[in-house]
Structures are given as structure tokens and as C-alpha cells.
Design a protein. Structure first.
Length: 369
């Protein structure tokens, strides 16, 4: 399996609309890379440029050392699995899986061996004589993956392949894709807006927003050390709680509470004395003791965990995740705090105001290490 190098990739559409800015990524042999972000962030456009389905405006794409920037899709030796399966309804499952090899006019015995090997991996041997309409959504997605496997491509590309499946089936298909990657030891790029898929599947995550890469790293790195306010709130469910305030005399001070800084935080935040900053704390790092009064608005018991939704000062909505079954009712008041080892601090985002007076973020607040 090859390395894939993406260097300074840009995508600008007619009319000057730019969808992807200066995308850089080195993918190692056999690595599973997940591109994640909200709709319109540029992740699918990036994948389609790698596939050759979108022209590359600027930059370079190298696969196994070969410059593929201007090559047509058929010459890149890449297989793509789409969201909508893209199966031929009049063909059997066997014929669908064999189709690309038949077009190449490969030996029939070789085609048969490849199709049967892929069907064995994906548990489709009993379905080969059926038509796609006779299969479930999960089975059809496995056929789409099987069609990619028989080609033995250099790189597998997945464009939100599980979006059309229900929640239970998505979970089982995630596990199947993980097993498939281990069996094939293949280089894979996978696009999703679902952060659960990103966290569970990826060797490394590429988190995107507004056409820019916001952070690249292992799942645990993005979770524990988010690079900015976007990554902090996009990765993790429920999202990180965020509070705007300022640093004053060794404390984080906001309208709702004061939070004393430990020595490490004081050192990192020394240059921000008197300046506005953002403090973040994930729901699971909210503690059951502290000097902050939370008024409960909702209590979601999830078995071993409870999600407590509440307000501080009657305005700020906060979510706490406690590792126990809680019996709080609406209106109950509880004392909470924030685990000092797991709090995060960020610079304020940069914003602009348009002609309508609407404020939009132009640059997310960077993490203060």
C-alpha cells in the first residue's frame, strides 16, 4: 500500500468561491484517516479532488510517489464507496461486484476468485445471486465495499457511507469497517460529519471548518488537547461547556462565577492578565462539588451515566455528565465545580460584522497551552 501526499490543495469554483484552502496531509501506508466537520466545511470536496471527481485548482497530489494531480480518475487506482451505494439494480450482487473487473476484461477465473474472496470477507456469499433491492441497507453498503475490494486499489475513499443507515445499523457497520481495515491493512480516507465515527474509526482525524484544516491528530489528541474553540465544541458529545470572562489576579472571572487558577494555569495565562479569554470544561469534567450553583432544568438518566442540564445565574446553560444514576428534578439546585486538571483556556475568536449587522467568526479562538 502506498503513501499519499496532499500538498497545498486549493479548490476555487467559478465565481471565485473557495471551498478548500491550503490543505496539507501526509497519509502513511495502511493508515485510516477520517475527515470530519459540519456540512459545507470542504471535507467531501477534498475527498473528491483526491478521487479525481473534482479538478484541483492549486496544489499537488502524490500517490505512491506518482504525481496524480491532473490524472483522470481511472488512472489513479483509487476505489470510492459512496453514500448512496451506486449499485446497478438490474445486476446480481455477483455481477455488481465483478463489474469493474469485467470492464477491464480480466480473466473470468481471476474475477471469480476475487469476487468470492471479497464476499467471504464481507459475509455476502449467500447473497451473490440476489438483486440489490432484495438486500437490506447494510448489506447493500457491504456490496459497495466489496466492489471496491475486488479492484485491489491503492487507496480506498469513503464519502459518508453510513449516512443513510439507522443508528443501530450504523454502529454495526462501523465495526465492520474497522475489521475490514484490519484485514486488508489498506490505506483509507473516510469523510463524515459524525464525530462518533471519527473518534472510533480513525488512526488520525482531520477536523475541518470553513474550508480550513483546524487540527490534525489522533482522536485522543483532539479530545484532550483541542487546538481551538471549534475543535473543542465539535469533538465530544455533549459539547464542551464554554464561558467568556477575563483573567484577574490569578483567577478566571466571569459574570457568573470566579475560578481560581492553579500554578500551571497561572503561568500559561500570565500574559493574558486583564484580557478576555474563554474557559472550557467538558460535561464529564464538571464535578459534584464546588462554589457554582446550578439550577437543574432537565435530568437525562442513561444507565451508568446521567446528563444534567441546568442554568447558572438563570441564563448560562451548562451540561454536566455524572457517572451515576441521578434523581434530580427540575428546579433543584446543586453545587458544581470544574476539574482543574481538565479545564481548557482559549483566546477570543476573531469576528466580523456584515452589512446586515450579523456577526460571524473569521478565526476561532486558539488554545492557550
Amino acid at each position: 500500500m502506498p503513501d499519499v501526499k496532499i500538498e497545498h490543495l486549493d479548490k476555487v469554483y467559478d465565481g471565485g468561491v473557495q471551498a478548500v484552502y491550503d490543505f496539507n496531509l501526509d497519509i502513511k501506508d495502511g493508515e485510516f484517516i477520517v475527515l470530519v466537520g459540519p456540512s459545507g466545511c470542504g471535507k467531501s470536496t477534498t475527498l473528491r479532488m483526491v478521487a479525481g471527481l473534482e479538478d484541483i485548482t492549486g496544489g499537488k497530489l502524490l500517490i505512491d510517489g506518482k504525481d496524480c494531480t491532473r490524472l483522470p480518475p481511472k488512472d489513479r487506482d483509487i476505489a470510492m464507496v459512496f453514500q448512496n451505494y451506486a449499485l446497478y439494480g438490474h445486476m446480481t450482487i455477483y455481477e455488481n461486484m465483478a463489474f469493474s473487473l469485467t470492464l477491464r476484461k480480466e480473466d473470468k477465473q481471476l474475477i471469480h476468485r476475487k469476487v468470492m474472496a471479497a464476499a467471504e470477507i464481507l459475509d455476502l456469499k449467500s447473497q451473490l445471486n440476489k438483486k440489490p433491492k432484495q438486500l437490506s441497507g447494510g448489506q447493500r453498503q457491504r456490496v459497495a465495499m466489496g466492489r471496491a475490494i475486488v479492484r485491489n486499489p491503492k487507496v480506498f475513499l469513503f464519502d459518508e457511507p453510513l449516512s443513510n443507515l439507522d443508528a443501530k445499523l450504523r454502529g454495526s457497520m462501523r465495526r465492520e469497517i474497522m475489521l475490514l481495515h484490519k484485514k486488508l491493512n489498506a490505506t483509507m480516507m473516510y469523510v463524515t460529519h459524525d464525530q462518533t465515527e471519527a473518534l472510533t474509526l480513525a488512526d488520525r482525524i482531520v477536523c475541518m471548518s470553513m474550508g480550513h484544516v483546524q487540527q490534525i491528530g489522533k482522536p485522543i489528541e483532539l479530545y484532550e488537547h483541542p487546538a481551538n474553540t471549534f475543535v473543542a465544541t465539535f469533538i465530544g458529545l455533549p459539547p464542551m461547556n464554554m464561558f467568556e470572562g477575563k483573567i484577574e489576579n490569578g483567577k478566571f472571572v466571569c459574570d457568573l462565577f470566579e475560578y481560581p487558577l492553579n500554578d500551571e494555569q497561572k503561568s500559561a495565562l500570565a500574559e493574558y492578565e486583564g484580557q478576555p479569554v474563554i474557559m472550557g470544561c467538558r460535561p464529564e469534567n464538571v464535578t459534584r462539588s464546588g462554589n457554582v450553583k446550578l439550577t437543574v432544568t432537565n435530568n437525562e438518566n442513561l444507565g451508568m451515566n446521567s446528563l444534567i442540564h441546568g442554568k447558572i445565574g438563570g441564563v448560562k446553560i451548562v451540561v454536566a455528565k455524572f457517572a451515576e444514576w441521578c434523581s434530580f428534578k427540575e428546579g433543584d439546585e446543586i453545587q458544581i465545580g470544574f476539574d482543574e486538571k481538565m479545564t481548557h483556556f482559549f483566546e477570543m475568536p476573531k469576528t466580523t460584522v456584515n452589512e446586515k449587522g450579523e456577526q460571524t467568526v473569521t478565526e476561532y479562538g486558539k488554545a492557550i497551552r
